[in-house]
Design a protein around this ligand. Structure first.
Ligand code: FER
Length: 283
């Protein structure tokens, strides 16, 4: 499969009747610390036609921002001209992508301001995020929207610290999510950037985590992508190499694919290119 196509230029411009974005808020807890109650916010992309087809149910992609970001970053980030929203609209309009729901949550919460600039604190939030996903966000999405509510039709992806979140969700939620899209970020189960410092140990601990949760036999589908000039390249590529040597890809029901984009750096416009290329094959 060719994953090196460029997002067509016109995809960065809005279409006249694309999807829409809703805001949701929901009760959650500070799972990484004292379990205090907090209100969280997420944005939900509903594809064109969602309101007309009362019978149709949709697949759901959860997409997590990177360090210092928030639930708006993927859609209304600094690179305003390159909004992912338009790209999704165009892909669906052109039949490249089946209509789907995309949920944009955040691992930060209202009192976690210091974690915006402290990568270690952010790492705690990403490590524990899977609890919020399983207990609070996913049930809400499945009750509020017309979703196909099974693991085959759920994907979780993210950029940088959102990729760290993605790996942690994989280790803890394989029973409810089959597809993963960690983009430009490694798994910090051993330590920060442990994919680079301890690739074999990272793979081994990941395997043990999956086994401990009773997920040892479950199928999965992982698309890990980054750029060859990305600051996450050394960590992610070393981790994937160790995982492949460790048998994480069996070629059929356990799939782990790695992609590296020429000249790609650690920023959203490249992430959009990866999503454009791989999303049609993720589900
Ligand atoms: C990585 C490289 C960089 C990574 C995260 C970062 C989770 C994040 C950097 C930052 O937010 O400053 O491999 O993996």
């Amino acid at each position: 499969m060719d994953y090196t196509r460029r997002v067509p230029k016109e995809y960065y411009e809005p279409i006249s009747d694309g999807g829409r974005v809703e805001e949701i808020t929901y009760p959650s807890k500070v799972y990484c610390a004292d379990s205090a109650e907090v209100t969280k916010r997420a944005l939900v992309y509903l594809p064109k036609g969602y309101d007309d087809n009362a019978e149709e149910a949709y697949r759901v992609l959860y997409l997590m921002h990177g360090g210092g970001g928030n639930e708006e970053e993927f859609l209304y980030g600094q690179e305003k001209k390159r909004e992912l929203l338009y790209i999704l609209d165009h892909m669906i309009e052109d039949g490249v992508l089946k209509p789907l729901i995309v949920v944009f949550p955040s691992f930060y919460y209202s009192d976690s301001q210091s974690a915006l600039h402290d990568i270690k604190e952010a790492g705690l939030l990403t490590k524990f995020y899977h609890n919020e996903f399983r207990n609070d966000l996913m049930p809400l999405i499945d009750s509020k929207y017309r979703t196909i509510a099974d693991r085959e039709h759920r994907a979780f992806g993210g950029f940088s610290m959102g990729a760290e979140t993605t790996w942690e969700v994989m280790l803890n939620c394989l029973d409810i999510v089959k597809h993963y899209m960690p983009l430009s970020g490694d798994c910090w189960i051993v330590e920060q950037k442990g994919g680079a410092t301890f690739p074999e140990k990272t793979s081994q601990l990941m395997r043990e985590a999956v086994k401990d949760e009773g997920f040892g036999d479950m199928s999965y589908n992982v698309f890990a992508f980054t750029g060859d000039k990305d600051i996450a390249f050394p960590a992610l590529s070393a981790q994937i190499k160790a995982m492949l040597a460790d048998g994480w890809d069996n070629g059929s029901d356990k799939r782990l694919r790695f992609g590296s984009w020429e000249e790609g750096v650690h920023w959203y416009p490249y992430i959009y290119e990866y999503i454009y290329n791989i999303l049609p094959d993720v589900f």
